[in-house]
Design a protein around this ligand. Structure first.
Ligand SMILES: Cc1cc2nc3c(=O)[nH]c(=O)nc-3n(C[C@H](O)[C@H](O)[C@H](O)COP(=O)(O)O)c2cc1C
Length: 192
């Protein structure tokens, strides 16, 4: 019995010391803001990204969820400006492209495409949480798969699925003032 009382005391102390464990009440705050306020950057400017920040951004991709936890992706971090500009012509000096690839043609395995898309979204959000601009691209993917795979050194048998462009921006916009409008929630959401 003493054992259970002791355990209960430890648990309640932990909940007081780390309120993050407790069920939150009231409006959603904190980290949800980073998800609600994202914007696809279109005001990239020159400037290098320190390696430590890149590593943190990549870690967000590595930590992404995937079906059966297969983690089918590979992340190719393109810092070489000549290569980056070949992949995305709008790249300005200092931008980094993170190409997310998986085995196969990048078109037919729905599950892996979803996994790679989630990793792209994690990277996109992490970059913005660190104060950078980011934008997801699929437009250049066919071109990459046709002609740039070996220059980029994608793993053998892989095809690119998506890429995220990360870089400095002239000013940090937010989802309210800077993003394009969204359809009204009541046109696309139903509660049953
Ligand atoms: C799957 C996907 C593919 C995208 N491909 C491109 C692209 O090829 N070129 C581009 O300029 N933007 C691309 N975007 C960015 C979208 O245009 C942008 O997320 C959308 O317009 C909403 O922007 P906002 O959040 O700033 O309002 C892509 C976004 C997603 C999610």
């Amino acid at each position: 019995m003493k054992k259970y009382v002791f355990a209960a005391l430890i648990l309640s102390a932990a909940f007081c010391a780390f309120p993050v464990f407790a069920q939150q009440s009231g409006p959603a705050v904190g980290s949800v803001g980073a998800i609600l306020n994202h914007v696809a950057a279109n005001n990239f400017t020159t400037g290098a990204i320190p390696r430590a920040d890149l590593d943190t951004i990549i870690q967000a991709g590595v930590r992404s969820p995937s079906a059966s936890n297969r983690q089918p992706w590979h992340f190719t971090v393109v810092q070489n400006q000549t290569l980056a500009k070949k992949a995305v012509s709008q790249v300005v000096d200092g931008n980094v492209l993170i190409v997310i690839s998986a085995a196969g043609d990048g078109k037919t395995n729905t599950r892996e495409i979803i996994d790679c898309a989630l990793a792209a979204q994690s990277i996109y959000l992490a970059a913005q949480a660190l104060g950078y601009g980011s934008r997801i691209y699929t437009g250049p993917i066919d071109g990459i798969n046709r002609g740039l795979k070996s220059d980029l050194g994608l793993p053998s048998g892989h095809s690119a699925v998506a890429l995220v462009r990360v870089g400095k921006v002239t000013a940090r916009a937010d989802g309210t003032s800077g993003a394009s409008s969204r359809k009204a929630a009541d046109t696309m959401v139903s509660y049953k």
